[in-house]
Design a protein around this ligand. Structure first.
Ligand code: PAF
Length: 281
């Protein structure tokens, strides 16, 4: 595996592959790699000749009161995981390389990113869209891999890639969960053990919403109520939003006809957890 730390070295590597006609997969990450990232890397390995994992803690996607400075940074452990998984290139650029002096472009995808996480975290999705566009322009992958855990992010990136005709296939891989249902996330490390014991309530709420739907509930109000009951059974959980949405536009639905995505965000202490469930009848 090659560890590449600059944009110029990455571009030189990429130009060589152009001549060889290699099919390239990109797994964008912010590091602190866990089994969820490993699943993305494995999916990339299965369908691509060369796999690039990018590791960049993107300052643009953190709000002023968010955890940019304490976000886990563990390059050595991440590199070991990538090496063990057969990654070809780990691209870990510096902040100055990605955002050199004078950088002023912002990419926004308002339709899909306006609500939910967009409302709770102003500026977050513009930060994600900007860095992902830049990474895609640098790596020029054929396929890019994202986790379903960040459903709205993945929907936004699909829209962005389609709107800008980037010619990249976006693959969204299933959420990897702990045995108690908690979706893997680097932010789970911030939970105390008592808080971690409360965290399964989020997925339990989504399951209750899914069960209500499968039992015949069609109105979003009823489905949300089923989820809400579960969240309020956990005193440590503070509800941020529960939504029943169209899976592509992420606009709220009044009634579910054939498919829907349930989106949920809660806070446990200072830790914000999100999760989702895609439902097709
Ligand atoms: O999902 C993430 O880890 C980040 O939002 C991403 C896509 C790597 C962009 O910084």
């Amino acid at each position: 595996m090659r560890l590449i730390r600059s944009v110029s070295a990455l571009s030189a590597w990429r130009r060589r592959l152009d001549r060889e006609g290699v099919f390239i997969g990109l797994v964008p990450t912010m590091g602190a790699l866990h089994a969820g990232h490993r699943a993305l890397i494995r999916a990339a390995r299965l369908s691509c000749d060369a796999v690039v994992v990018s590791l960049f803690v993107n300052p643009l996607q953190f709000g002023p009161r968010e955890d940019f400075s304490r976000y886990p940074r563990q390059l050595r452990a991440d590199a070991a995981l990538c090496r063990a998984e057969g990654v070809d290139v780990l691209f870990a650029p510096s902040r100055e390389d990605i955002y050199p002096a004078g950088f002023s472009t912002v990419v926004t995808v308002p339709a899909v990113s306006r609500r939910w996480e967009g409302e709770s975290r102003p500026g977050h999705f513009a930060g994600v869209a900007t860095v992902v566009t830049k990474l895609m322009a640098l790596v020029r992958p054929h396929l890019a891999f994202f986790g379903q855990k960040d459903y709205q992010q993945a929907a936004m990136i699909r829209r962005l890639v389609a709107d800008l005709d980037l010619g990249i296939n976006v693959r969204v891989c299933p959420t990897v969960r702990d045995p108690d249902g908690v979706a893997l996330s680097s932010r789970n490390h911030y939970l105390t053990s008592a808080q971690r014991r409360a965290a399964p309530v989020l997925y339990a709420a989504l399951r209750a919403g899914g069960a209500a739907l499968l039992a015949g509930a069609r109105s979003a109000v009823r489905i949300r109520r089923a989820m809400q009951r579960v969240v309020s059974s956990e005193p440590k959980a503070r509800l941020e939003y529960l939504a029943v949405c169209d899976p592509e536009t992420l606009e709220p639905l009044r009634r579910v006809t054939d498919k829907a995505v349930l989106l949920a965000a809660i806070r446990i202490g200072r830790v914000r957890l999100i999760d989702n469930m895609l439902i097709k009848r």
